[in-house]
Each structure stands twice: as structure tokens, then as C-alpha cells.
Design a protein. Sequence first.
Length: 199
Amino acid sequence: MNIVCLDMEGVLVPEIWIAFAEATGIPELKRTTRDEPDYDKLMQYRLDILKKHGLGLKEIQETIATIDPLPGAKAFLDELRTLTQVIILSDTFTQFAKPLMEKLDWPTLFCNELEVAEDGSITGYKMRCEKSKLTTVKALQSCGFETIAAGDSHNDLGMIQAGKAGFLFKSTDQIKAEFPEIPAFEEFDDLLAAIKAAL
């Protein structure tokens, strides 16, 4: 029994924080898990910037409403879901992901929750569990699933390396150079072929 675990941002949809950085003209918000392996440090950095500029959930959601899945992502996901179970494991937040999941026909998503004050300012966040992607993959394996994973960032490496097959997709040159043993792909057709071979 197989289950495929995919990262969301950078793999199926553009990076939300990069899109928001471009929309607001705040280049510091372009920092992602590709640049900063410590997620707590990264999120605290982001929340500090939002507070400094008086930005909240509403502004971010307005940007997200303009984001479409990456070209080919929906067709890739649609075909993959005819072959096997798929879960999207993301460190994003339910308040961000919903409109994007709608555009992908509601695949299963495991992610986190933002803590939002009445005035719409983001005061904090609740992670589902520690090392959420790796922890989830190990839990699936304990239920009898063999996992196949794909992602693009530091926080995907645990789930990629823990399964029976794992792939980098649209990753950075630095991560690909650091982990040359992980097959890396740039096109959905190539990733789909690799997953099919692993199935």
C-alpha cells in the first residue's frame, strides 16, 4: 500500500510569502524554508515584519486570492490521484491554503493554524506536531503504508529520505548539490514518471 506525500509551496503552487513580498514591496518577506532551515526562526522573523508594517491576515489572503497553481500542477495531481492516495504535507496554514486547495479540486492537506487576533493581526501559529512532515510520514508508515515523497526545501528532506522513494522538485541548486543522491526533477511529467516507477 502506497501513499504519496507532496509539499505544497514551490511544488504545486507558487511560494505564498514570495508573492506577498512582491505585492507589498517588502523584499525581506521573500525568505522561505529554502533559505532558512529553522521554521520557528523563519516564522518569528515574518511575524515581526508584518507587525512592523501593520499587515495582517486580510492583506495576505488578498494576495493569495490572486495566486494560481503552477502550470501543469492540477493535471499532475489529478493523474496521480487516479493511481494512488496523495496527501499534501505543508508547513503553511489553513487560513492561507483554502483558496489554493479549491483551485486543485480539494486534495487532502495536512498543515498548521495561524493564531489571529480580532483586528486581523497574526499573533502566532500552532504547528500540528514537531517536524510535521517527517512525523506524519513515520505515522503513515506505522499504519502499513509505504511512502513516496517530493518537495523542494530543507523542511522536506526528512520525509523525502524516510520513504521508499523520494524526490526533489523545482529545488535550489544549493540543496541539489548538498543532496546529490536524491533524484531531482524540474517538470511534472518527469516527476510523475519517477513516482509511477516507484509505485
